[in-house]
Design a binder for this molecule. Structure first.
Ligand code: PEP
Ligand code: MG
Length: 883
């Protein structure tokens, strides 16, 4: 088998469409070589080798060594240096590169091939001993950390000690002789820590680094990143070995990263940062504050340092031309890494650039208008869940605020939370339901879980491409980075700025769109939904075939959903209307009654309130379909809890306290979710559903009289298992409808349908559809009853199931297509056999989950229904499912 693919000299064995085999980095290095761009030569060891390695007890296939030797010889030929050669040593970088980009998640080794002999050769060749020994000490530290597992801080302490002794404050103050001493101490430290000398044989170094990259695929942070980003373990990583070029050989050298368009706003402007006389990760690591690439960027960032456009105009022009070329070629925004060695530009990486949702929308719409992509492609470019980022509130411009400081606007959105200084603490408090703000000097891949748990992230060091910024944008967390005025004292648990000191636990607010940081909580407002968002959603609406409704019962939710584009209400949970302060007493009185007469008396009090609730919803929905579900939960949910509440209910019902307590005990159930709830309430107490039906139809009559609008309500019966339940309750509803028509002198139409949320109902769909005019899949209960898994209790053990790979995802979040999905499919088919035009919807949580929505499309549902904030997500997901 071919395990190794070479690139360089304007050609390559691989190409961009081989990313599964070569990883994203390797495939694109090959593609850039094929395009004739200046890429240092190298080769990629495939992801299949990683898989082989883990499948074969961490061993390599026999033929690998020959293939690597051959590819390395080819690199030597192209650059004219030799690996391990005393006079003209070839140095290489060794980097991981998986199929999906995993920024900073895996390990990299630079300057490999240096040893006590070759470092002298490098010094002579470059005429710069300082540079050579600086490179050697970097290599020893990186290699020891990545391959030999010696922690960074050992090396940092040695370096600090040297600086103190010599009175140096910056790394750049150190001379060649200083670095030689540091190198000697580093090697002693390695010997001390590992019991072995630092490896001098370049070949041994190379295989060590390759093994470490494969090992890093299984390190903790990579595992966490994969879990958060749904990347399968089986994909493996490739290893890229490439001739080194140096950005740290003097002031005509530089290294940088750039985006072909602004990754924050999406503006069609070249955006990037670079550092003169620096190597590799210096820019991304946020150790020095980088300079801007363009003059415009320098202005926008209030930078006082010269831009690359000014300090290296020729190289900048070349880079700009490559920017255009890459964007046309890949038809997407590219995130590039480059190095300038002695005035010559080299491309080290290109990949599709991570961007904020706002930027993604603008870029997709702009590129479609520029003719670079089609409208359908534009739609495919947006991850539906990412819309969350822009649908959420921003700071209320009118709200009072106390500004503390300012940093870089690294990831948009506003967030408030209690200050925490460590990722573990963030996770801990977030699990307890607290809103936290992760405040760090800088973040590293070890902090990922805390970043995920936090509402927002604030760092005091690093640029727009620092770890914190890149990861926060990917996660959709608001982030302010590089707020340099703020001093953090981890030990004391404080942050200090402008003479103020805040402690862990104090609340702050950040605006990731402006970079501002405020003391305390600043109120927020709803987002703007026009512009690029509106345009793209318009394209999506043209392409989708499923309707999108909302689950809503309050006027506020209904209005929000309509502004988000909901095309009706798919689920109005009437019990939610029972809890309002003005009616809970009457509701409790109804529950406490021990006979029909008592219940009817209480229901008479509830009727006018329900009627006006429904009338208001009908008015807001302006003739769009509204599905109203009759009472569903077990009655005991409404019981009074405190002695005072019980006394209140006793008084309203004209009973004594002992009676109320006794009823409470009588209503107790061992398994309420499988007990006296849903249509079983309607069967035993038909007067409840009768009242609700009356409220619905009277509201229809009222709205018709007031606005002339004809409403066709959809009355939905929950938790049906048999056709007979439905028949019985439908008869009640039909009778009430006739009574209301006669009493009000109006006529109207309506539908009666059922939820399908029990396995028996799904199997009996053919029979049930004889009575039901529509089905709505209640996949929350259907998941609960299919798995026999309590939706209220599963949280405590489901994570363990997911970690152990028993389940891929929480089935209450993403539909279990194999099991629950098959029941949905069976019910849809059988329902249609009886009633070919039956309306089929889904109103469980899955109605707002993109992969579940794709499944709904595949079984031919008419609509999905989800919470208001997920309506745009569902519109886009439905369009993608239809394409
Ligand atoms: C369901 O079970 O999926 C459903 C929508 O109803 P509820 O969540 O109210 O039980
Ligand atoms: Mg249900």
């Amino acid at each position: 088998a071919q395990w190794v693919y070479s690139f360089g000299e304007g050609k390559a064995e691989g190409s961009a469409d081989m990313r599964n085999l070569l990883g994203g980095k390797g495939a694109n290095l090959a593609e850039m070589s094929n395009l004739g761009l200046p890429v240092p030569p190298g080769f990629t060891v495939t992801t299949e080798l990683c898989t082989y390695y883990y499948a074969n007890d961490r061993k390599y296939p026999d033929e690998l060594k020959t293939q690597v030797d051959k590819a390395l010889a080819e690199v030597e030929r192209i650059v004219g240096f030799k690996f391990g050669d005393a006079a003209n040593p070839l140095l290489v970088s060794v980097r991981s590169g998986a199929r999906a980009s995993m920024p900073g998640m895996m390990d990299t080794v630079l300057n490999l091939g240096l040893n006590d002999v070759t470092v002298e050769g490098l010094a002579k060749r470059s005429g710069d001993a300082r540079f050579a020994f600086d490179s050697y000490r970097r290599f020893i530290q990186m290699y020891s950390n990545v391959v030999l597992d010696v922690d960074h801080h050992h090396f940092e302490e040695i370096l600090d000690r040297h600086k103190d002794e010599k009175g140096h404050s910056l790394d750049t103050d150190l001379t060649a002789d200083d670095w030689k001493e540091v190198v000697a101490d580093y090697k002693a430290e390695v010997k001390h820590a590992t019991g072995k000398d630092f490896p001098q044989d370049p070949t041994e170094q190379l295989w060590g680094a390759v093994g470490a990259v494969f090992a890093s695929w299984m390190n903790q942070r990579a595992i966490v990143y994969r879990r958060l980003n749904e990347i399968p373990e089986s994909w493996g990583t490739a290893v890229n070995i490439q001739a080194m070029v140096f950005g740290n050989m003097g002031t005509d050298c530089a290294t940088g990263v750039a985006f072909t368009r602004d990754p924050s706003t999406g503006a069609n402007e070249f955006y990037g940062e670079y550092l003169i006389n620096a190597q590799g990760e210096d820019v991304v690591a946020g150790i020095r504050t980088p300079q801007q690439i363009t003059i415009a960027g320098k202005k926008a960032n209030h930078s006082t340092l010269p831009s690359m456009e000014e300090s290296m105009p020729q190289t900048f022009a070349e880079l700009s031309a490559i920017r255009e070329r890459l964007e046309r070629h890949f038809r997407d925004v590219q995130d590039i890494e480059f190095t300038v060695q002695s005035g010559k530009l080299y491309m080290l990486q290109t990949r599709s650039g991570k961007r904020t949702t706002q930027a993604a929308l603008k870029i997709a719409v702009d590129m479609a208008r520029e003719g670079l992509i089609t409208e359908a492609e534009a739609i495919q470019r947006i991850e539906p869940k990412s819309l969350d980022q822009i649908l959420h509130p921003t700071l209320d411009p009118k709200a009072a605020r106390t500004m503390l400081s300012r940093g870089l606007p690294a990831s948009p959105g506003a967030a408030s939370g209690k200050i925490v200084f460590s990722a573990d603490k963030a996770e801990d408090l977030a699990n307890k339901g607290e809103a936290v703000m992760l405040v760090r000097i800088e973040t590293s891949p070890e902090d990922i879980h805390g970043m995920h748990a936090a509402k927002g992230i604030l760092t005091t060091r690093g640029g727009m491409t620092s770890h914190a910024a890149v990861v926060a944008r990917g996660m959709g967390r608001p982030c302010v980075a590089g707020a340099g005025e703020i001093r953090i004292d981890y030990a004391a648990g404080t942050l200090t700025v402008g003479g103020k000191q805040l402690k862990e636990g104090d609340t702050i607010t950040i605006d990731g769109g402006t970079g501002e940081i405020f003391q305390g909580l600043v109120p927020t407002i709803e987002p703007e939904l026009s512009g690029d968002f509106g345009t793209l959603m318009g394209w999506a609406d043209k392409m989708r075939t499923m309707k999108v409704r909302t689950n809503a019962e309050t006027p506020l939710d209904a209005r929000t959903a309509v502004t988000f584009g909901a095309e009706g209400i798919g689920l109005c949970r009437t019990e939610h209307m029972f809890f309002d302060a003005d009616r809970i007493i009457a509701v409790r009185e109804m529950i406490m009654a021990d006979d029909e007469k008592g219940r009817r008396a209480a229901l008479d009090k509830i009727l006018p309130m329900q009627r006006s609730d429904f009338a208001e919803l009908f008015k807001i929905m302006k003739g769009l379909p509204v599905t109203i579900r009759l009472l569903d939960p077990p009655l005991h949910e409404f019981l009074p809890h405190t002695e005072a509440e019980m006394a209140e209910v006793a008084k309203a019902a004209g009973k004594d306290l002992a009676f109320v307590k006794g009823r409470g005990a009588a209503l107790h159930e061992s398994n309420p979710m499988l007990g006296h709830r849903g249509c079983r309430l309607g069967v035993t107490y038909p007067e409840i559903y009768e009242m609700q039906a009356r409220a619905i139809f009277e509201a229809v009559a009222e709205v018709k009289a007031a606005t002339g609008e004809s409403i066709e309500p959809e009355v939905m019966i929950p938790l049906v298992a048999t056709r007979k339940e439905l028949d019985l309750l439908k008869a009640v509803i039909d009778r009430v409808a006739k009574e209301v028509e006669a009493a009000k002198g109006v006529s109207f139409t309506y539908l009666v349908g059922t939820m399908i949320e029990l396995p028996r109902a799904a199997l009996q769909a053919r029979q049930i559809a004889e009575s039901a005019e529509f089905f709505s899949f209640g996949t929350n209960d259907l998941t609960q009853t299919t798995f026999g898994l309590s939706r209220d209790d599963a949280g405590s053990f489901l994570q363990s199931y997911i970690r152990q790979g028993i389940l891929e995802e929480d089935p209450f979040v993403s539909l279990d297509q194999d099991g629950v999905g098959e029941l949905v499919q069976i019910a849809a088919e059988r329902g249609r056999q009886t009633r070919p035009d039956i309306k089929l919807g889904i109103c469980g949580e899955h109605g707002g989950d993109p992969s579940s929505i794709a499944f709904c499309q595949s079984v031919g549902l008419t609509y999905v229904s989800c919470s208001p904030y997920r309506v745009p997500i569902a519109r886009l997901a439905a369009a993608q499912a239809a394409l």
